[in-house]
Structures are given as structure tokens and as C-alpha cells.
Design a protein around this ligand. Structure first.
Ligand SMILES: *[C@@H]1O[C@H](CO)[C@@H](O)[C@H](O)[C@H]1NC(C)=O
Ligand SMILES: *[C@@H]1O[C@H](CO)[C@@H](O)[C@H](O)[C@H]1NC(C)=O
Ligand SMILES: *[C@@H]1O[C@H](CO)[C@@H](O)[C@H](O)[C@H]1NC(C)=O
Length: 319
């Protein structure tokens, strides 16, 4: 009898890891509040990040900002990885995006140190917050690149990185030669600043680019020790954001590289065996409990946005 039980457990574990559940950290309303006049929300997630993960086979859990340490422990214990999305907010605000990212980052480190493989992925501001979360100080440099799609300038040895070593040659050719990585940022991370602050030893820089005033910034990096990855550009926009006139690339090649990144990260999350304590808790935590608002007609650069109220926070079984 016990043999059958163990067998069933193994099947359950394997099944669970093929259907990863990934958290996306929400953020303060600052940059989108104007699209919701007279309404009050605690935080938002642009729907393109949700679709980005869903497109590669994941289920998504929205993760609130400003919660207790136990909340973030539950989030990390029950999910298979976390995405820090882009957007715009401050890192040092009490109970904000930066602090929440920092708590999650240290829990993720602790898990990996205990041999529980737990991946993180950062995009744009979420890429920059990886360093804030690690170091506790904001090491961003003013350096602006808006509405520009570029090929990556790969660093020497990028082919042997975790992120790119198994990438199809065609994807690497496109990434290195075509305008497929979309930049929309007013800060960046530079090799010099990371080096001066002693964090460069933890990260492998895989590509760089230059901003409008020729400042070289890091565009792709991965952690040397942990399955933590960051990109300054926006793969999710190539496939899920459609504002006219802002230069988002939508060619088949731009779509293919975005799908490569989505598949890469979600597949990393398949290696984690965490599960929710029961099906009901998982169901009540998933993004399917919320409806995105169609915000493109309100002139937002996001097609759709999920907004969350205090009530939503309190209804979540993880709080
Ligand atoms: C999360 O998992 C760790 C390690 O197994 C455990 O010590 C901790 O109590 C758990 N926390 C919560 C809130 O579930
Ligand atoms: C996850 O579970 C599978 C199947 O039981 C096992 O082979 C693998 O070692 C586990 N991975 C981790 C990182 O715990
Ligand atoms: C790629 O983008 C750069 C910067 O905007 C531009 O100068 C260049 O002409 C573009 N190349 C192609 C092939 O569109």
C-alpha cells in the first residue's frame, strides 16, 4: 500500500512541476493612476506580463506589495518562481515595490541555498530592482532610452551562459543583429557602478547597449550562483503591447525572441517542486479571480491593466 502512495506522490510532484505557478509582483499606481480618475487602487500589474508567462505554459499569481514577511514566505513556498515587472515607482518606499522585491529576493536566495531551486526574472525596472534587492541600495544611473528597439551587443563568452547556451542559433542571430529588444527606460545599470559597489562579482553581464547619450548600460545579465535573470528591455511588449507610434517591434523575429525568453524562464520554473497546500488555496490565489481593464482606449501605453483594491488584498488566502 505505501508503495502505491509513494508512487502517487511522485506522479503528483512531477505533474505539478509541468504546470508551474509563477508570481508577478504588483506595484504602486503612480504611472497608471491617471487612467482611473476618481478610483482608488492599491496596486496594479500590466496584463502583458501575465500573458507573457501564460504563453509559455504558466499559471500566474498576483503578488501584493506591502505585506508581512509571512505573506511573502507563503508566496515563495507555494509558487515556482517570481517575475519582477517593469513600470515606474520608487525603490525605497516603506511597504512598496522595492521593499517587497527585496524580501522576495532574500527568500529566493535562502531557498536556493537549501537546494530548493527557485528562479527569478526581472524586466526593465524589475531588472534594476534585482540589484536593489540584493544590495539594499539603489544603484541605478540616469540614462535614458525611450521608444527604441535595438540588437544586443553580446559580451565575450555569452554563448556559455545559462540563458544563451541552449538558445537556437537563429534566435542568437536575430538578437545580435535585428532591432528586436525594445527599450523604454530612464535609468539603467552600468558595469562601472556595479563594479564600484562590489556587486559585479555576483552577476554575469551577457549583453550591453548604449543610451541616447552613448552611455553603455547592461541589457542582459544572469546571477552567477542563483537562477536569477534580468533584461533591461521588454520582451513582453513585442507580443502583447500594441500602442501605435512608440516603436515596439512586432515582426516575426521580434515575436520569436520574446517567445524564447518566456519559454526559458517558465521552463526554469518547471524545475521547482513547490505546490500550494491545497487546490482551493491555489484557485483562490490565481490571477483568474481578477479581470483586466482595457486601458488602451484611455490612452495608456498598456493594452490592459489589472488593478487591485484593499478588498482584493484581504480576500487573498495568502494574506
Ligand atoms: C515556508 O517554508 C519554510 C521552509 O520549509 C518554513 O520554514 C516556513 O515556516 C514556511 N513559511 C510559511 C509562512 O509557510
Ligand atoms: C523535483 O521533483 C523531481 C521528481 O520527484 C525530482 O527528480 C527533482 O530532483 C526535484 N527537484 C528539486 C529541485 O527539488
Ligand atoms: C535599428 O534601430 C536604430 C536605432 O533606432 C536605427 O538607427 C536603425 O536604422 C534601425 N535598423 C533597422 C534595420 O531598422
Amino acid at each position: 500500500m505505501w508503495k502505491i502512495l509513494i508512487f502517487l506522490c511522485l506522479i503528483y510532484v512531477n505533474y505539478a512541476s509541468d504546470t508551474p505557478v509563477i508570481g508577478i509582483l504588483s506595484q504602486e499606481m503612480y504611472i497608471v493612476a491617471k487612467y482611473f480618475p476618481g478610483e482608488h487602487y492599491e496596486s496594479f500589474i500590466a496584463a502583458s506580463y501575465v500573458k507573457f508567462l501564460e504563453s509559455a505554459g504558466a499559471k500566474v499569481v498576483p503578488v501584493w506589495i506591502g505585506q508581512s514577511d509571512e505573506y511573502y514566505q507563503r508566496v515563495v513556498n507555494y509558487t515556482n518562481g517570481i517575475l519582477f515587472p517593469g513600470g515606474g515607482t520608487y525603490f525605497n518606499e516603506t511597504g512598496g515595490y522595492g521593499q517587497s522585491a527585496k524580501t522576495i529576493y532574500h527568500l529566493a536566495m535562502k531557498n536556493n541555498d537549501r537546494n530548493i531551486y527557485y528562479p527569478l526574472w526581472g524586466i526593465c525596472m524589475g531588472f534594476q530592482v534585482l540589484i536593489f534587492a540584493q544590495k539594499g541600495i539603489d544603484l541605478r544611473t540616469d540614462c535614458s532610452l525611450k521608444k527604441v528597439a535595438l540588437p544586443l551587443d553580446f559580451t565575450e563568452g555569452y554563448e556559455s551562459s545559462d540563458l544563451f547556451s541552449k538558445a537556437p542559433r537563429e534566435i542568437l542571430r536575430i538578437l545580435g543583429t535585428k532591432n528586436v529588444t525594445y527599450n523604454q527606460h530612464q535609468y539603467c545599470l552600468t558595469e562601472e557602478v556595479l563594479n564600484n559597489n562590489g556587486v559585479l562579482t555576483d552577476w554575469n553581464i551577457l549583453s550591453t547597449n548604449r543610451d541616447a547619450s552613448n552611455v553603455e548600460f547592461i541589457s542582459t545579465m544572469e546571477n552567477r550562483k542563483y537562477p536569477f535573470y534580468g533584461v533591461q528591455y521588454h520582451p513582453e511588449k513585442n507580443i502583447f503591447e500594441f500602442k501605435d507610434g512608440v516603436g515596439i517591434p512586432h515582426t516575426i523575429e521580434a515575436v520569436q525572441v520574446s517567445q524564447f525568453f518566456a519559454n526559458f524562464f517558465v521552463n526554469k520554473c518547471r524545475k521547482n517542486n513547490n505546490t500550494f497546500p491545497d487546490e482551493q488555496t491555489e484557485m483562490n490565489s490565481l490571477i483568474y479571480n481578477y479581470n483586466p481593464v482595457y486601458t488602451a482606449p484611455r490612452k495608456s501605453s498598456y493594452q490592459q491593466i489589472y488593478v487591485f483594491t484593499k478588498d482584493d488584498y484581504e480576500k487573498s488566502p495568502l494574506v
